[in-house]
Ligand binder design. Structure first.
Ligand code: RB5
Length: 150
């Protein structure tokens, strides 16, 4: 599984930890930055990651900003992206099982490294259940397309 990871300055330290963890577990990782504590705008780095998923260059994404809120709002603007902001592993597990989330969002100022790694593990190892959840996910796109006359 190929994973793209991106962050702003507030997510930089956690991004480094998670990237190293993923690589040590054998995942192929695309790190789109940012790569320092210099202040940047989270949509810029969110986009660098999201476009890899939309272009099918990565299977899943992990985005990190201070709270995770800005990255979530941004990522969920894009049809085909289902981004889940999680502060504990159960949410990450359910985001996979019921929502087929393809992007995990974390708050670098909200949680510690150990907890973040457990959330990442849950996100990457839990399968989508399909069935009625497939219908509901399709409904998200259908209603979006209906409203925007697509
Ligand atoms: C940056 O200070 C902060 O606003 C950003 O990382 C994020 O938390 C926005 O939602």
């Amino acid at each position: 599984m190929k994973i793209v990871i991106g962050c702003d300055h507030a997510g930089f330290f956690l991004k480094e930890k998670i990237r190293d963890f993923l690589q040590s577990e054998g995942y192929e990782v695309i790190d789109v930055g940012t790569n320092s504590l210099v202040s940047v705008d989270y949509p810029e780095f969110g986009f660098k990651a999201i476009e890899r998923i939309l272009n099918k260059e990565a299977d899943r994404g992990i985005l990190i900003c201070g709270t995770g809120i800005g990255m979530s709002i941004f990522a969920n603007r894009f049809p085909g992206i289902r981004a889940a902001l999680c502060h504990e592993p159960f949410s990450a597990q359910m985001a996979r099982r019921h929502n087929d989330a393809n992007v995990l969002v974390l708050g670098g100022r909200m949680i510690g490294d150990g907890l973040a790694i457990e959330i990442v593990k849950a996100f990457l190892t839990t399968e989508f259940e399909g069935g009625r959840h497939e219908r509901r996910i399709k409904l998200i796109d259908d209603l979006f397309n209906k409203f925007f006359n697509r």
